[in-house]
Design a protein around this ligand. Structure first.
Ligand SMILES: [Zn+2]
Length: 258
C-alpha cells in the first residue's frame, strides 16, 4: 500500500529530527493527538520501510555506518587517559643536589652568579654598598624536574613533588584523540577536558544488547539504581559480574576484556 501524501510528509519531517510527535504536527496532523498518531505511524509497515530506506540511503551517502559510530565509542571507552594528562611525582630541588642541598639548573646557576657579580662590582665601586659574600653553588647545577624522587632525600623523604602534565595533543594516538575534548583556561591553570568514557562504554554495551535481558535503558538515560526493584538490581549485577569481577570470582577482571 502506497503512502498517502500526508504520510509521505510525515516521513520527510521525521527524518529531520527523528521526533515522531513534532513530525506529525509539521505534517499537518492535529497537535492534540500528534503524539499517538506519530507513534502509530511509526508502526505502519510502509512508513517504517520508507524511513529505513531513507536512513540507509543517507548513511551510504555520508559513509556513516553503525560500525564506525560503534568504533568511535569503543575508542573513547578504551583510550588511556594518561596519554593526554599525567599526574607525576618527581624530584624536589634537594633530591639530587650535591650533599642533599638546593639544586638549580645550569641556566639558573649562571643567572644567579651573574646577579651576584653585579653586587660584588657595586661594592668594589662604592664600599658603602654591602658585600654580598662569596657565591654559594649549594647543590650545584643539573636540576631536572622530570627526574624521579630520590628515596634518601632529607627534604621530601622520597615522596617528591606532585605535578600535572598535559601532553602535546597533536601527537596523541587515534583512540586518545577521540577521548580528548579540548582544554579550558581556569583560574588554577589549564584544564584538559575528556569525553565521558563511562557513557561511551554504556553506549557500546547497549549497542551489543548486553543490558537487554536485564533492564531497558530508555531515551539514553542510565537506569536509576535507587529506583530498581531488588530482583532487577540483582539481575543487573549478575549480568555485569563477568565483565568486572576478578578472575577468582569467575570474571574477566576488567571491563575491556583485556
Ligand atoms: Zn626530595
Amino acid at each position: 500500500m502506497a503512502l498517502t501524501p500526508k504520510q509521505q510528509r510525515f516521513v520527510a519531517e521525521y527524518l529531520i529530527d527523528l521526533n515522531a510527535t513534532q513530525a506529525a504536527i509539521r505534517a499537518g496532523y492535529s497537535a492534540k493527538t500528534a503524539k499517538q498518531i506519530g507513534q502509530r505511524l511509526l508502526t505502519f509497515v510502509d512508513v517504517k520501510a520508507a524511513i529505513d530506506a531513507a536512513i540507509a540511503k543517507r548513511s551510504k551517502s555520508t559513509e556513516i555506518s553503525a560500525d564506525a559510530v560503534l568504533q568511535r565509542f569503543w575508542s573513547i571507552a578504551t583510550a588511556d587517559a594518561n596519554e593526554i594528562v599525567e599526574y607525576r611525582r618527581t624530584c624536589c630541588r634537594y633530591c639530587h643536589g650535591r650533599g642533599n642541598r638546593y639544586q638549580r639548573t645550569q641556566g639558573e646557576l649562571e643567572r644567579d652568579r651573574a646577579a651576584h657579580d653585579v653586587l660584588v662590582r657595586a661594592h668594589q665601586a662604592n664600599s658603602k654598598e654591602p658585600h654580598p659574600g662569596t657565591f654559594a653553588t649549594m647543590g650545584g647545577d643539573g636540576y631536572d624536574a622530570r627526574k624521579p624522587p630520590h628515596p634518601d632525600c632529607s627534604e621530601c623523604f622520597g615522596e617528591g613533588e606532585g605535578r600535572t602534565h598535559i601532553k602535546d595533543t597533536r601527537l596523541l594516538s587515534a583512540a586518545a584523540k577521540c577521548l580528548y575534548a579540548g582544554v579550558k583556561q581556569t583560574k588554577e591553570g589549564i584544564e584538559a577536558k575528556l569525553n565521558d568514557q563511562h557513557a561511551a562504554l554504556v553506549n557500546v554495551a547497549r549497542h551489543l544488547g548486553m543490558f537487554e535481558d536485564v533492564v531497558k535503558i530508555k531515551d539514553g538515560d542510565l537506569p536509576d539504581l535507587t529506583k530498581m526493584a531488588p530482583d532487577e538490581l540483582a539481575a543487573l549485577l549478575t549480568a555485569l559480574r563477568p565483565l568486572f569481577a576478578p578472575p577468582h570470582l569467575g570474571g574477566r577482571g576488567t571491563a575491556d576484556g583485556a
